[in-house]
Design a protein around this ligand. Structure first.
Ligand code: IPM
Ligand code: MG
Length: 395
């Protein structure tokens, strides 16, 4: 089990708000220079990246930690600059770094590209390259934002879900795949495939996380129809015997989607395959009021992890200073805690986000009556000010 996952698993309770210190606090880890590959990507990516790096640098400096950022191209920006969505130089930069902080990729301009030249392929290759197979997507309803959810407060109050999504297998990568001519018409096809080994390694991550949370794990599949899901369910059931302390349940994906909006507090930890996890993590994200709030961590065995917001590049609002930078900032905090062993920096950043919300600052996506609406950059200013004031208080 990768050590970052063990540390993640060791955190019980409310997602990114739990500011528990890791094994190492100040000291060697805090003084080192941490190499971060910075991938702003497309759309709102550069705007939210600018906020995240400012916040990281200040919170880091306050804790004696230094970051060396190396910016690299991915997605549409890389297509425009080099003709491919993930240039070799970018992958090399990422592999030579301690962690990868990625904003978002994609946009209308490249929507018509052939499959191999879509920006999304760059993201997928970034996940498979370092074998980031475990994608952890916490969905926590912040009390300050419960009314921003499109669901009633009484439905979403207390939601604290960890979606563990398998990220480098399944129908996203299965062969054969393609579009070909059959009987006079074009046919598109993909293959959903999981080996026992792939199922077991993501299952282990999920059981370990569930056991450190509330001990409840729901495995989501479509075993009433798909063979790949029958194997998934069988493997998870077998593994359950090794985790008698975890209460394992199985749910078909259609029912899981319904239960997520009907009664989301029934869930603690969810484990599922790549495409079901893609869909359910968006649904879970929306329970929290805005997908603009949710970070994620994609973790490998030993290599650098990729930390990125769950949301996309939002080309409709790009360049207008309207984006919510908080998911990106919280992804940076996750990177500090789980990728760089800088729990103190992570806690500072998370506390600043919490305080900005408490003080009523909201970007448009989470705006409510009586609150103060700010743009992307101004939300960054607010966080910087909070960090500066906190450090004065501490001094
Ligand atoms: C996500 C995104 C990606 C995915 C896209 C952009 C390829 O939706 O990270 O959830 O499908 O995994
Ligand atoms: Mg998605």
């Amino acid at each position: 089990m990768p050590s970052a996952i063990l540390k993640m698993a060791a955190r019980a309770g409310p997602g990114w708000r739990a500011g528990r210190a890791g094994a190492r606090g100040r000291g060697a880890a805090a003084r080192a220079v941490h190499r971060v590959a910075l991938l702003p990507g497309d759309g709102i990516g550069p705007e939210i990246t600018a906020v995240a790096t400012r916040v990281l640098e200040l919170a880091g400096a306050q804790a004696g930690a230094e970051f060396a950022f190396t910016e690299a191209a991915i997605g549409g920006a890389a297509l425009d600059a080099t003709g491919v969505p993930l240039p070799d130089a970018t992958l090399e930069t990422c592999k030579a770094s301690d962690a990868v902080l990625l904003a978002a990729i994609g946009g209308y301009k490249w929507d018509g590209n052939e499959p191999a030249l879509r920006p999304e392929r760059g993201l997928l290759a970034l996940r498979t390259g370092p074998d980031c197979f475990a994608d952890l997507r916490p969905a926590v309803v912040q009390p300050q934002l419960a009314d921003a959810s499109t669901l009633k407060r009484e439905v979403v109050d207390g939601v604290d879900i960890m979606v563990v999504r398998e990220l480098v297998g399944g129908i996203y990568f299965g062969e054969p795949r393609g579009i070909e001519e059959r009987g006079g018409q074009r046919v598109g096809f993909n293959t959903m495939v999981y080996s026992e080994g792939e199922i077991e390694r993501i299952g282990r991550v999920a059981f370990d996380i569930a056991r450190k949370r509330q001990g409840r794990l729901v495995s989501v599949e479509k075993a009433n129809v798909l063979e790949v899901s029958m194997l998934w369910k069988e493997c998870l059931t077998k593994m359950g015997a090794d985790y008698p302390d975890v209460d394992l349940a199985h749910m078909y994906v259609d029912n899981a989607a319904m239960q997520l909006v009907r009664n989301p507090t029934q869930f603690d930890t969810i484990v599922t395959g790549n495409i079901f996890g893609d869909i359910l993590s968006d649904a879970a994200a929306m329970l929290t009021g805005s997908i603009g709030m949710l970070p994620s961590a994609s973790i490998s065995e030993g290599g650098p992890g990729v930390y990125e917001p769950v949301h996309g590049s939002a080309p409709d609002i790009a360049g207008q200073d309207l984006a919510n930078p908080l998911a990106m900032v919280l992804s940076a905090a996750m990177m500090c805690r789980y990728g760089l062993d800088l729990p103190e920096v992570a806690a500072k950043i998370e506390a600043a986000v919490d305080q900005a919300l408490d003080a009523g600052y909201r970007t448009g996506d989470i705006m409510q009556d009586g609150m103060t609406q700010v743009g992307c950059k101004e939300m960054g200013d607010v966080l910087m000010k909070i960090l500066e004031e906190e450090s004065k208080v501490a001094a």
